[in-house]
Design a protein around this ligand. Structure first.
Ligand code: MN
Ligand code: MN
Length: 455
């Protein structure tokens, strides 16, 4: 009998075959991630994967039955994937996994285009929590949708194909940075200075704003849009390029948007592979990075309406179904970083490669605004994980009173559904390129599978 608890490194625990499975699984994730930089991209990619597996679109009011494989896309920015189980849904509820698929980025302002000193720029308004100094001098891609007069939608994706141009925000040369260097890190680069170069070729004339005019002409030729159409668009700059392996041994992955696609992908694969009897729902939510508000965020009623409609269709009282449901709020956590050890509490932080991490509570100061899952709910998930031999760990975000954060957990818990946070530890969270471990990614997949299959 081992009385002591010790955290395990999953790479050390895994045999040869499991290591191979980890690395194979990571390839599928990298492919998913590359086309899922925004919530629209992730929802579209997930929808495609659902359709390849015979999942059918669901609409409120549809009749459902055991064995049905369904998806519901909410306004192209938020997808729910649902497998109807054979268990009595009133008694067993839904097994829900909720991750978010929006990531910090630079949205375009409604009137973004201007010209200054012979260069055309787009003005941006940052989305989510970013460290502004990280965004200049990297290659950026432009993604999103433009709604033209009359409702026609045009999709934009420039910068991810190697033949594409990229966009670029400048920084000051060190030779002239004496004053900038004296500024606090959070003040050195202002939000209003995050303007990206989008063109420099004037169109023939010597008129003022000849470059701006030329950029507008290019946009019109390619997308049929005029300047006012920016006001009916959702365009954003995201870091350009593909996910890349990190290290000689390729143990880690560096990419944009691990938070939170690194949890969204495992919940989807677990739903696809799962063979439990419960009804399972995987959610890709939008707007988590700005507070989960809005029609596609986790505070929207859409989740309730979906659960209610499905419950009623199966002849169950939605109130009882909800009360008996369980949810894993699948979101990333901070990985211990020895370079910044002072912000972590070493005994209660998550370590890279030690598996997906269970987080009982988030919040700030005295656990303000936290879900704080019950011991019983943590116990339920622990049993599921241990029964399947999943290598996992437990941790909190950082040292007490140093900051704080939250996930979608409390919004689902507030509906009366037992909810527990669990996710992949991330290094450099919210940076343009974040880092995760292939061991933790695979642990998350196995953890979600254990959860949905548990009887
Ligand atoms: Mn997150
Ligand atoms: Mn985040």
């Amino acid at each position: 009998m081992d009385y002591e608890y010790t955290r395990k490194n999953y790479f050390k625990e895994a045999g040869k075959e499991e290591l191979k499975a980890m690395f194979d699984y990571a390839e599928g994730y990298k492919e998913f991630l590359f086309t899922s930089k925004t919530e629209r991209g992730a929802s579209a990619t997930a929808k495609k994967l659902c359709e390849e597996r015979g999942y059918k679109p669901y609409m409120f009011g549809d009749k459902v039955k055991a064995g049905d494989k369904l998806y519901f896309v909410n306004r192209d920015k938020n997808i729910f994937i649902i497998r109807i189980g054979t268990n009595d849904i009133a008694k067993h509820g839904f097994k829900i996994m909720a991750a978010h698929v929006d990531s910090p980025r630079l949205d375009l302002k409604p009137n973004p285009l201007y010209e200054e000193s012979g260069v055309a720029y787009f003005k941006t308004h940052y989305y989510g929590g970013i460290k502004k100094y990280q965004w200049p001098t990297i290659a950026l891609a432009l993604e999103g949708v433009v709604v033209l007069r009359g409702g026609k939608r045009v999709h934009v994706n420039v910068g991810d194909d190697e033949k594409d141009p990229v966009f670029y925000i400048t920084d000051l040369l060190p030779h002239l940075s004496q004053e900038q260097n004296e500024l606090k890190l959070g003040k050195a680069i202002s939000g209003e200075s995050l303007n990206a170069i989008v063109g420099a070729l004037p169109e023939g004339s010597e008129d003022k704003d000849a470059v701006k005019a030329a950029v507008l002409k290019l946009l019109h030729d390619k997308y049929g849009m005029t300047e006012i159409d920016f006001q009916t668009s959702e365009l954003c700059f995201v870091p350009a390029g593909k996910p890349r392996d990190v290290g000689f041994d390729r143990a880690f992955i560096s990419a944009y948007g691990h938070d939170d696609k690194v949890c969204a992908y495992p919940e989807m694969t677990a739903l696809f592979e799962g063979n439990g009897k419960d009804t399972v729902m995987a959610i890709f939510a939008d707007k988590e990075e700005t507070g989960s508000d809005g029609v596609t965020g986790m505070q929207s009623r859409v989740i309730l309406d979906l659960m209610d409609c499905i419950s009623r269709s199966l002849g169950a009282d939605p109130v009882i179904v909800r009360y008996n449901s369980k949810c894993i709020s699948a979101d990333v956590c901070a990985a211990y970083d020895p370079e910044y050890s002072s912000v972590f509490e070493k005994r209660n932080v998550s370590y890279i490669s030690c598996g997906a991490s269970v987080t009982k509570y988030h919040g700030a100061r005295g656990k303000a605004s936290t879900n704080d899952a019950s011991a019983e709910m943590v116990g339920y998930v622990r049993d599921a994980l241990e029964d399947e031999g999943v290598v996992y760990q437990t941790g909190e975000l950082g040292r007490i009173d140093i900051g704080g954060g939250g996930t979608v957990a409390k919004f689902i818990a507030n509906l009366g559904i037992d909810t527990l946070d669990m996710g992949v530890p991330v290094l450099s969270m919210h940076a343009p390129y974040e880092v995760i471990s292939k061991a933790d990614l695979y642990s998350m997949h196995r953890a979600m599978l254990a959860f949905v299959n548990k009887q």
